[in-house]
Design a protein around this ligand. Sequence first.
Ligand code: AKG
Length: 328
Amino acid sequence: MTVTDVLATQPPTTATPLDPTIENALAAAIASNRLLAGPRIAARTPPDWVDLAYSAFDLQPMAPTIGAVVVGISMADPLDSETFAQLNRALLEWKVLFFRNQDIAPSQHSAFAANWGALESHPFARVRSAQPDAPEVLRLEKGPDAAGRENIWHSDVTWRANPSLGSVLRAIELPPLGGDTLWADMAAAYDCLGVEMQQLLGGLVAVHDWINTFGRGMDPATRDALRPEFPAVEHPVVRTHPETGRKMLYVNAAFTQRIVGLSNDESERLLAFLYLQAGYPEYQCRFRWELGDVAFWDNRSTQHYASSDYHPQRRVMERITIVGDRPV
Ligand SMILES: O=C(O)CCC(=O)C(=O)O
């Protein structure tokens, strides 16, 4: 049987026709993005970026636009203002920074993150924290009874009105192989979309919610009790980075529910197309963890994916997130 024969056996689509404007933009975007092999080249920084040298540490880049290992920083030491400013510039430029072999206590983990702002406590995971006096530490403990479920492209807590600015993740216990984490540069993903698609996305807003992730398996009474404090929220489909001014694709497969003002079909098709973008390796870096390693990512400009390929072995990580601003 040929591919054509197989396709001919598929039932006809029942999708209702799209609004012609959206249909045209989607068709143009899909034609120009999905089926064409060829370069996906994006800038690492916005056009007005001033390239200054880093003198407080060395940087070892991992990919053209995203990911760099920082060499020469001990996270056990307080940051002076110049080192903080350079690290923040490196975070904006590389979107995720890695610090190898950091022998730090939980309090030093928190103190490092607190340089960037107030710390969040995760409302759905408080009871799993290993540090009862540090509700900002989210412990991600996997093993025979708990397989990794963070293997879906996402940015953290976009179901909040003010999603995290960034997250600082520390490796506590690792499997012998596997358990890598991948990050995707959502500014690069946006830049490489066709112009028709960029124009279409310009005015769109999407609903984000926790109900299909943390809400799953929650008993209905708990879900209902949490609802008033954590309602579904709306964010622009393309947000502007508050520090670099860069536009970034801001929908993710874990928490985005639908695009406001589109029919379910339109919304599903458009989101499916947009979710594909994080999956292109050209926009990604991949980190192989070693004990003591720390990753610090800009949650505004990236999505991440924790490879769940080590079950039933143990993998324990601790994460601290920093409160961000409302996406615009
Ligand atoms: O465990 C990891 O590598 C990443 C976990 C994750 O996806 C998250 O903290 O949101």
